[in-house]
Ligand binder design. Sequence first.
Ligand code: FAD
Length: 380
Amino acid sequence: MLSFWEKNTFLNYDYIIIGSGIVGLSTAASIVEKNKKAKILVLERGLFPTGASTKNAGFACFGSLTEILSDLKVMPENQVIDLVNERYNGLKRLRKRLSDKASDYRQHGGYELITEKELPALEQLETINDLLKPSFKHEVYELKNKKVNSFGFDKESIKALVFNSFEGQIDTGKMMQSLLLYVQERGVKVLNHCEVSHFEEIESNTKVKVYVKNQLSNEQVGFSAKKLIVCTNAFANQFFSDLDITAGRGQVLITEPIKDLKFKGTFHFDEGYYYFRNYGKRVLLGGGRNLDFQAENTSEINTTEKVMNQLEHLLKTIILPKQEVSIAHRWAGIMAFGADKKPILQFHTPNILVAVRMGGMGVAIGSQVGEQASKLILEN
Ligand SMILES: Cc1cc2nc3c(=O)[nH]c(=O)nc-3n(C[C@H](O)[C@H](O)[C@H](O)COP(=O)(O)OP(=O)(O)OC[C@H]3O[C@@H](n4cnc5c(N)ncnc54)[C@H](O)[C@@H]3O)c2cc1C
């Protein structure tokens, strides 16, 4: 049972955001940067954000050469370029907002490992550089084949390396922790263990009421706001069953520190289905959704033997051949995909905005989607 004081003080807001991933927190940050007095509540079902934002690999990336080429097969050229620009602008916004020190941002650059089957992509390297030149004012992709040897990769499988000096890496935990602190310092209230069951428009559609079950008393508590922003990414179908969203699991492992680790940077492999990076002297490796799409299109947050075995195999044969490696930790997170790579940013009703489906590059585009969401909701 709520007290008079709780009802009076804790339940009413200007804006409620569901989901405290990078999109939910960036939306809160962008609103409060424009309106210091806004009363904002973020409701998060987990002890921590429990989707992708605290589970990811920390690539500050906007697309590898083969990813861009594969997008060009299914999307118009201007949309592919827009998407790359949005990701890059999102990264710039994130870095400016939090500072590189706070997210431990390091610009070691990114590389794509080219095997026999991707060699034809190199013929289009110049074309893609020309397409991106208006935004980056510089060649984005260049060949660095000598590094295959100095990085210690398997020379039989890796035929070339494409370098991208604009790519960086962050410490995902530090980034999300400082984003949380950033909004809390500006008066945003973030409540954890608050799973929203449903919401409804009330008072002739001038307010939205959002319901959470109180874990202790089992009663439904209704929070009210003028506007609601739903930032639940892969879990948005709970509220909107008609959205084109497929949950996709990402599995990751990280090694113990490796004595003579020969590389630094972020690495893409097999059209982005595998990715690895250094984290200090450790190697973080993830991917393998393409081994079994049916099994990996799930919102179950657990690892599987099939994917983990393949990750370990790649680690020992291609990335760190002939080296002693032991695995320190493994985990999984859930992404949101659709027929289109563009995020979904649309009004459900004039008071309810949906900002979901970040795909596999939400670190990059998340802050930009939050900014766009804030503009839409403040203008509406
Ligand atoms: C393993 C892995 C590696 C990745 N690597 C990278 C990378 O290197 N670079 C990159 O750019 N991107 C990467 N991504 C993708 C990126 O992490 C996501 O695109 C991004 O984090 C999505 O952010 P979000 O805020 O939209 O979603 P989420 O972080 O999933 O946040 C949604 C939140 O909503 C909450 N929620 C859901 N339902 C409810 C409810 N009913 N009530 C209350 N709260 C609710 C969830 O608990 C969750 O915290 C990776 C993802 C994974 C899984």
